[in-house]
Design a protein around this ligand. Structure first.
Ligand SMILES: CC(C)(COP(=O)(O)OP(=O)(O)OC[C@H]1O[C@@H](n2cnc3c(N)ncnc32)[C@H](O)[C@@H]1OP(=O)(O)O)[C@@H](O)C(=O)NCCC(=O)NCCS
Length: 177
């Protein structure tokens, strides 16, 4: 089971992460910290180039091992605007999507388009019959993306708070064939 290295999503293109993009990823993350830090525990002032390189290295290893498939998101003119990935950690039959968007590009429907395209690809993979998005109840933007991309709630449960914006309730939404 392996998704394509490149996926077209309307005016965006998703490309498997490459080490050369670490410096641009760092710039994107640094300028988006006020939004990212609310819901992503790794997004802190201390985030640096080593962390970006490490993320891409782990993404390459995860791709080779078949347990995560992470993509950088680019506009049609080559601006790196975010990240999105598929993870197998929820178990057989389901792939979980995670994502972040670079703040100056937020609110344009970009993540909704990326999620829709990646979900359609995921549902073509052998053995995969559903795709999931997990988000904190307080994460209204992530909830809006999931709902707009056709995901419906299947469960909610208490969970340890890991980032400042979290309420402690995680909602799981799924989209099926
Ligand atoms: C979640 C995130 C990826 C959305 O990216 P995006 O490209 O702005 O997404 P879209 O433009 O496709 O859609 C965003 C939607 O959220 C809505 N939204 C944004 N902020 C919101 C808020 N504070 N309250 C309610 N809705 C909000 C927008 O209005 C839009 O919905 P609409 O089109 O119905 O108006 C981005 O906000 C982000 O990176 N957040 C921080 C990281 C994160 O939370 N990742 C997900 C963890 S589960």
């Amino acid at each position: 089971m392996e998704p394509p290295e490149m996926i077209n999503a309307g005016e965006l293109v998703l490309k498997r992460w490459e080490p050369a993009w670490a410096p641009e990823a760092l710039v994107a993350i640094k300028e988006s910290l006020p939004e990212l830090r609310e819901f992503l525990p790794w997004a802190t002032e201390a985030y640096n180039l080593d962390d970006a390189v490490d993320y891409i290295t782990r993404s390459q290893e995860g791709w080779a091992e078949g347990d995560q498939f992470n993509y950088a998101i680019f506009t049609s003119v080559g601006e790196l605007v975010g990240s999105i990935g598929l993870m197998t950690r929820m178990g057989p039959g389901v792939l979980e999507i995670g994502y972040w968007m670079r703040t100056p590009y937020a609110g344009r429907g970009f993540m909704t388009a990326a999620v829709d395209a990646l979900t359609r690809v995921a549902l073509t993979l052998p053995g995969i019959d559903r795709v999931a998005i997990k988000h904190d109840e307080a994460n209204r933007a992530s909830a809006a993306v999931a709902v707009k991309a056709g995901f419906t709630e299947v469960s909610r449960a208490p969970r340890e708070v890991e980032a400042p914006g979290e309420s402690g309730t995680t909602i799981v939404r799924e989209r099926q064939h």
